[in-house]
Ligand binder design. Sequence first.
Ligand SMILES: Nc1ncnc2c1ncn2[C@@H]1O[C@H](COP(=O)(O)OP(=O)(O)OP(=O)(O)O)[C@@H](O)[C@H]1O
Length: 309
Amino acid sequence: MYIVIVNPEAGHGRSIRLFRKIQKDPLYKKANCRTFFTEGPGHAEKIAEQVAEIHHENLSSVIVIGGDGTLHEVINGMKQYPDVPVTFLPAGSGNDFGRGIGLKTRGVKLFRKIISHPLNYRVYLGSYVLHQRYKYGKRTFLNSIGFGLDGHIVTLVNESNHRHWIRKFHLSNFTYPIALLRAIKNMKPIHFELEIDGHTHPVTEGMMVTISNHPYYGGGMRIAPKASLQSSNLQVMIVRQISKKKLLALFLSVFIGKHTQIREVEEIKAHSVIFRSKEMVPFQVDGQGGRCCECHVKKASTKATIFKD
Ligand SMILES: Nc1ncnc2c1ncn2[C@@H]1O[C@H](COP(=O)(O)OP(=O)(O)OP(=O)(O)O)[C@@H](O)[C@H]1O
């Protein structure tokens, strides 16, 4: 039995279009697929939690059609059942996890592969505990968690009031670069304390701190070229105080992985990181934004089971 979770809004409609094609495929009926549509934030997590609890013994896979945000919710909903395979059919705006895990095919072709050649990998994800006004429980992240400019960009992406035009003209690939330009224009450094693997780090202010589980970010930028889902470590990138021009150059050079050569950029391999700030700073986790004053991040000790073609 396959459970399919579809976020109809992901990728400005890309997700629902893909689901309609899959539904017409003869394998969809043959494979005994049951589909659920998400209705808003948090719903994918609830669906995943319930179906895993009821069906974990006879589930071939939970198939997620959406973006990284929907997959983030599903993985968190299924935390108690890490052996149940999860399959990601990227149909969001960014789809960085698909790149991170190295999916070669997309769309209906990928759906057919899942059913006919199920190949599941065990991967290390990340875990984080947020302190906003009070402490939240431990959660899992797939791609990255970032503070400062990183969080500001994602807030702008998700608040974008140009969504209608983006959808109409299929411009979703430009959402992130546009938000990036807007965020750089208004950027301010953040002040923080960093504890990396139990040691206080000397840098206390900068533009952003991003902790990655695999290289990709913001729809294909190779922000952490050395990060790996097979490694038991995370990759921390700190961008110190930097001019707007240089910051723009940094993001352009991210596509060719040369940004780590910029003097103000520091890259560290770490198993655990504590980020603290006296003020509430913007953050993002797997492309969803918020504000926090403290966060404890670790490479997860248990592995998740994910399909890879
Ligand atoms: N029916 C719905 N209507 C509006 N929002 C929804 C609905 N279902 C889920 N959501 C929310 O949509 C948000 C974005 O989803 P998702 O990240 O999967 O797509 P995306 O932003 O297009 O892709 P990506 O993260 O890869 O850029 C998630 O926070 C999710 O909770």
